[in-house]
Write a protein that binds this ligand. Sequence first.
Ligand SMILES: [Zn+2]
Ligand SMILES: [Zn+2]
Length: 281
Amino acid sequence: MLSAHDTIRDLGGIARGTHLQTLGFTRQHLADQVKRGTIQRVRPGVFAIPSLADDIRSAIAHGGALSCVSVLRSHGIWVLPDETGPHVWLGPSQHALAHPHCRCISHYYGGTPVPGAASIERALLHLRRCAGDEAFFAAYESAWRIGKLSRAARDRIRAALPRVARWLVDLARPDADSGLESLLRLRLHLLGIRIGCQVTIVGVGRVDFVIAGRIILEADGEENHGSSDKRHRDRVRDTAASRLGYETLRFDYAQIVHDWPTVQAAILGAMRRVRPAAARA
Ligand SMILES: [Zn+2]
Ligand SMILES: [Zn+2]
C-alpha cells in the first residue's frame, strides 16, 4: 500500500480526510503522519503534501481554491501584472474573513470551489470579472496559443460568458505572439481601425500588424527585444521596411499598458500622414 504522502501526491497534492479514509488511512494514522511532517493538515479535513505550492495552500487555508490571475500565471499564461497576493475563489456563500495581514484577493463568485486550483477555463472566467475584458482577452489568446484551450473548452467558455462579452472570444486568435499584441489588437479593433495581423512582407519578414497597407506596428515585449542583438535585428528590419515605403512604429510594454493615449495618438498621427484624405473622412 502506498504511504499517505504518496497517495495524496498521486491525487494531485491535496486530498480530503474522508476520501483518504475510504482508501484505508485511519484518522489516527493521518494525525500521526501530520505530526511526523510527511503530510500537512491545511485546514480541518483537508491534507496536502509539504511540496504543494504556497499559494494553493494559502487558498485552501482560506476555505477556497486558487483561481483567476494566480492559476493562469502558474500555467505560463500571459496575464497583465498584478503585484498582489493569491486570487482565492471562496464561492458565493462564504463570509469575508478577517485577515488583515493577508494580501489575498477574495472572489465570491458562483459555484463550489474544490480545495486546490480551479481549472484554466474557470480561472479565465473569473479573471474577466476580476480584471475586465482586456485582461481576459489577452489571457485567453495566450492560453489558446500555448495549447491550453481545446476547441471544446473554448466553446464552453463562450457559452459561460454573458452575451455582451462573447464577441471577445469571437475576435480572439491563436497566433498572437504576446499579450501586448493581444491588447494592441483589441484596442485598435475598438477604435474601428482595420489591421492585418501577422503579415509577412517579402524582404522584411513577419510583422505583428499592418495598418492602411503602409504602417507597421510592432509590440515589443521585454523578452523578445531586450538584447542588443535583437535590437540590431529590429533596426535591420525597420530599415528594409522603410525602403519598401513602410513606416514602422514600435511600442513596448510600459507604453501600451501605462501610456495608451500617447500610443493611440501616435498611431492616428501616422494614419493621417499616410492617407490624409481617409483620416479626415
Ligand atoms: Zn487572505
Ligand atoms: Zn482575481
